[in-house]
Design a protein around this ligand. Structure first.
Ligand code: YYY
Ligand code: MG
Length: 137
């Protein structure tokens, strides 16, 4: 089933020059990039995007990290792309994410409170629709 998902290349990915490598992996899998922009996240965008995590210990470090530099937002389209991009991204923690995944191959925890894990991908059709509207008009 053709779906759309919202991905973010987080500030660590942009700062490390991995935007092209991450988008290359998505395109090589066969997903189409239908929207693409670089943005400095506004506080209200991050509050909406991470509303489900408000109150958790990592919330404020996460929001601070996501505000620390430009990020790249994209919409990917393709067959089962929501699940497929999360599979490409790998598990949340870079140290234990499987080799072959974006986080497993390229990410590092860097010993900090927050996971600098390079990418975000929507986790359901409902999240995708909500998140696309946060980052794109
Ligand atoms: O969907 P995914 O990004 O893999 O993880 P979530 O559980 O939705 O958490 C969102 C975001 O929060 C995660 O990418 C890093 C950060 N985070 C963290 O820094 N420390 C945790 N223990 C859990 C999540
Ligand atoms: Mg998530």
């Amino acid at each position: 089933m053709t779906e759309r998902t919202l991905i973010l290349i987080k500030p660590d990915g942009v700062a490390r020059g991995l935007t092209g490598e991450i988008l290359r992996r998505a395109e090589a899998k066969g997903y189409r990039i239908t929207r693409l922009t670089q943005v400095e996240a506004r506080a209200e965008q991050l509050a909406a995007h991470y509303a489900e995590h408000e109150g958790k210990p990592f919330y404020q470090p996460l929001v601070d990290f996501m505000s620390s530099g430009p990020l790249v937002a994209a919409v990917l389209e393709g067959d089962r792309v929501i699940e497929g991009f999360r599979s490409l991204a790998g598990a949340t923690e870079p140290t234990t994410a499987a080799p072959g995944t974006i986080r497993g191959d390229l990410g590092r925890d860097w010993g900090e409170k927050v996971q600098k894990n390079l990418v975000h991908g929507s986790d359901s059709p409902e999240s995708a629709a909500r998140e696309i509207s946060i980052w794109f008009d």
